[in-house]
Design a protein around this ligand. Structure first.
Ligand SMILES: *Cc1c(COP(=O)(O)O)cnc(C)c1O
Length: 496
């Protein structure tokens, strides 16, 4: 229902004109109004509780069942954004957001997103997005050099690491042309051996999802146990591959992780690359979070051995201050990736030179957003040194927190802290009962998160319940990290 006295003519579709877009003056006015809102929000997202006080279904119940028949004024849309959407949002921008992997869509990236939306380019072909295609090549070359990866790594941008890993494993499957899976598929064939994908027990679930999407079946994933510090046991991988071969199973790919989601452990990639090289098995490295650390000379070693990988995924939307979504898949075998996905129907053929790169050839999606623009803005605005100093600050805060844990007899660290994540638990002096410790730590997490000031998540390390403090928000300062410690200490005292 419209209340005519509230109607702002500049903000609602002109009733006399039922065609065309918002008029430029109204666009300018509401454009400024949106920027003002973003500015106020980002200036202090901490005024919101990091987790909204809301139950599933509550927002839907407040929204109309049908789309409006008549256009509504922009003022009302913006008012509803303030009234309905903001309070129902988990505030990833909150400096007390320490759950999962804390991320930042920084200001230059947000502005680039607006420009991307305005251009509305669909870069399926070079022809349909020359700037998007070539800026993607250039920015991914920049990032590759910053990470110290060799020149034969060719990158493409996907939405998420899950898609990047799916694409990598599809390429791995295509790498053995004798299997003829592209043409004949997997179903109904008695001539195919079972294909195997190896990863550590702590690998991300996106590996399993890729395998089930590719029709290999979850039984095709063989989890290799981890050794000290959570990295894959390379000798166990070697044995598993030998054993599979002697059982007539074809090893298809190994997924090594640099920075696991649970504890940020790093698999021994050099040893894994030796095995993959000898066995002629595709090596994919999941560095979705940890890969960015290689921008720091002192952490460059986390990518040791990765130059020999066939593919590697890193997410600029995770720890490089680029707004969601932006995941980069590098591969040394772009020809194989292309063979896995290239299909050119008549209506998409072009007269451009045959070596012109068309992004649609490198994955499932035909249409491609112009995601390189935000990566370009972020890399240029902060510069490599600006990004390095922000990463160093976050790693420093994580080390401080780890030190406080180590110095307190009633807390313990559950994994090494080499990036910006601290895995720890409360352990009252003398308490040995593991079940009791699990319960205490669940309570601790619940108390921290109900404060509204901070949001942490949990994991299990060798079966033991542990809390994760993940630092990655560009607004998080030592004071915010200190506050978590204060809250944890006082909750622990209450429980002791
Ligand atoms: C976050 C993460 C993923 C999944 O990332 P999406 O982009 O959300 O698909 C995969 N692997 C690792 C190691 C991660 O940390």
């Amino acid at each position: 229902m419209r209340e005519p006295e509230e109607l702002d003519p500049a903000g609602s579709p002109d009733p006399l004109q039922d065609v065309g877009d918002m008029d430029p003056e109204a666009f300018r006015r509401y454009g400024y109004a949106v920027i003002d809102r973003i500015t106020a929000y980002l200036d202090d997202p901490g005024v919101w509780p990091v987790l909204p006080d809301i139950q599933p279904g509550e927002l839907r119940a407040r929204l109309p069942a049908d789309a409006p028949e008549d256009g509504e004024p922009m003022d009302r849309l913006l008012a509803d954004f303030d009234r309905l959407i903001l309070p129902a949002t988990t505030h990833w921008n909150h400096p007390g957001f320490f759950a999962y992997f804390s991320i930042s869509g920084s200001a230059p990236g947000i502005l680039a997103e607006a420009l991307t939306a305005a251009l509305n380019v669909n870069a399926m072909l070079w022809r349909t997005g020359p700037a998007a295609t070539e800026l993607e090549e250039t920015t991914l070359d920049w990032l590759r050099r910053l990470m110290g990866l060799p020149a034969d790594f060719v990158g493409t941008i996907n939405d998420t690491a899950s898609l990047s890993t799916l694409h990598a494993l599809a390429a791995a499957r295509e790498a053995d042309p004798d299997l003829a899976i592209r043409q004949l598929g997997l179903a109904g064939r008695s001539d195919l051996p079972r294909l195997r994908v190896y990863c550590s027990a702590d690998a991300h679930s996106s590996v399993d999802k890729a395998v089930l999407t590719l029709g290999l079946g979850l039984d095709s994933v063989r989890q290799i146990h981890t050794g000290a510090y959570g990295g894959m046991d390379a000798a166990a991988l070697d044995n598993a591959i030998r054993q599979d071969r002697s059982d007539g199973i074809r090893p298809m790919a190994v997924v090594a992780t640099v920075g696991t989601t649970s504890t940020t452990a790093v698999d021994p990639v050099p040893a894994i690359a030796d095995i993959c090289g000898r066995e002629n098995v595709w090596l994919h490295v999941d560095a979705a979070y940890g890969g960015v650390a290689a921008l720091l000379p002192e952490l460059r070693h986390v990518l040791d051995g990765c130059a020999r990988a066939d593919s590697l995924v890193v997410n600029p939307h995770k720890w490089l201050f680029v707004p969601v979504d932006c995941s980069v898949l590098y591969t040394r075998r772009p020809d194989v990736l292309k063979r896995a996905f290239s299909l050119v129907p008549e209506y998409l053929t072009t007269t451009d030179p045959s070596d012109t790169r068309n992004l649609m050839d490198y994955g499932v999606a035909l249409g491609r957003r112009f995601r390189a623009l935000k990566l370009w803005f972020v890399l240029r605005y902060f510069g490599a040194s600006g990004i390095r100093s922000r990463l160093r600050q976050q790693i420093g805060m994580a080390r401080d927190f780890a030190m406080w844990i180590d110095d307190d007899a009633s807390f313990e660290r559950m994994a090494p802290t080499q990036f910006s994540v601290v895995v720890f638990r409360f352990r009252p002096v003398g308490e040995m009962d593991e079940q009791r410790l699990d319960e205490l730590n669940m309570q601790l997490l619940q108390q921290l998160n109900s404060s509204g000031e901070v949001f942490l998540s949990h994991t299990r390390v060798s079966g033991k319940y542990a809390l994760r403090l993940a630092i990655g928000n560009i607004r998080t300062t030592p004071a915010h990290v200190g506050r978590v410690w204060q809250l944890a200490r006082s909750a622990a005292e209450r429980m002791s």
